[in-house]
Design a protein around this ligand. Structure first.
Ligand code: 13P
Ligand code: SF4
Length: 312
């Protein structure tokens, strides 16, 4: 990247006492100039710990909201105010309240890909990296409502032995939300790539549909994929998640080969952040993401539990 541009960003960061956090799905140039990159869990922990006045969150709105809730004394900026997550918007707080009314004894676990209002209605929050551990930490006799991603929920149900039943006494009730980016990866995509690269290890994100996960060797969050590729001896991987992660995988493992399971797996919201918008964000302190205090206080309880329960 242009040295002048980098110098400009360094100066602005110093002036603002800012840290730049970028999700693993961000465009490569944004990942390269961030202070920290990571998955939703890793970035939430960084946001909570950051010793700065400003956090520029290169990601989507629910991530910036999470940072604002975990670090209420900091100013959190999202460089493009329209960068949202359609999965998070599949359930409203009112819909969750109605579900809770139907299952009054249940504990609510919400995936971090949810709005602050939904988190405020939840008992526990989790990410794809620690969803199994969060559910395993709950009393066995307590029914659970899991929102909003049904594919992550299905994976958690399998790993924890929690049974999904479609009735009011269900042990594990799922909301039918899904991520349009991950469901675009199909069983045929994996079969075709496996036929072409028979020795490759298939890594899939738990948001993928069940037939894709069944054909995969490892089901991992984005940072777990990086850890697995860094530690393993394998040299060829088929990657079933948003394609942005391939930038980080290649950078950290220049000798290995990473093949996208599907080139269609591009999250348009993650790609809304650009270098120009990042500079504009630092220059004009835009777009500030705030959460009303009453919602933030309730949501923080669920989020604190999320950052305390670490994956194994
Ligand atoms: P992780 O980074 O936690 O694996 O999440 C993936 C995702 O879809 C975030 O939007
Ligand atoms: Fe949301 Fe899916 Fe994009 Fe992640 S990849 S931000 S879950 S739409």
């Amino acid at each position: 990247m242009n040295e002048q541009l980098l110098e400009n960003i360094r100066k602005l960061k110093q002036e603002r006492r800012a840290v730049i956090l970028a999700h693993n799905y961000q465009p490569g140039e944004i990942q390269d100039l961030a202070d920290f990159t990571g998955d939703s869990l890793g970035l939430s922990i960084k946001a909570a710990e950051a010793d700065t006045d400003v956090i520029v969150f290169c990601g989507v709105r629910f991530m910036a909201e999470t940072a604002a809730i975990l670090s209420p004394e900091k100013t959190v900026l999202l460089p493009d105010k329209s960068a949202g997550c359609p999965l998070a918007d599949t359930i409203t707080a009112e819909q969750l309240r109605r579900l809770k009314h139907k299952h009054p004894d249940a504990l609510v676990v919400c995936y971090v890909n949810s709005t602050a209002e939904v988190k405020a209605e939840s008992d526990y929050c989790c990410t794809s990296a620690n969803a199994v551990e969060v559910v395993n930490s709950l009393p066995e006799d307590k029914p659970i409502i899991f929102v909003p991603d049904r594919h992550l929920g299905h994976f958690v149900s399998e790993k924890t032995g929690r049974m999904i039943r479609a009735n009011s006494s269900s042990d594990f009730t799922l909301w039918p939300g899904y991520c349009h980016v991950h469901v675009a990866i199909t069983e045929d995509d994996i079969k075709n790539k496996k036929a072409k690269y028979p020795d490759a290890i298939v890594m899939a994100h738990p948001e993928c549909p069940e037939p894709v996960k069944e054909l995969s060797d490892q089901i991992l969050s984005t940072s777990q994929m990086l850890k697995f590729a860094n530690n393993g001896k394998a040299k060829q991987f088929i990657v079933a998640t948003e394609v942005g992660i391939i930038h980080a995988l290649k950078k950290q493992n220049p000798d290995a080969e990473f093949i996208a399971a599907s080139d269609r797996a591009v999250c348009p919201n993650m790609k809304k952040i650009s270098v120009d918008k990042l500079i504009g964000s630092l220059e004009d302190m835009k777009y500030e993401v705030t959460v009303p205090q009453e919602i933030a206080e309730k949501a923080k309880k669920a989020l604190d539990r999320m950052v305390e329960i670490l994956p194994r």
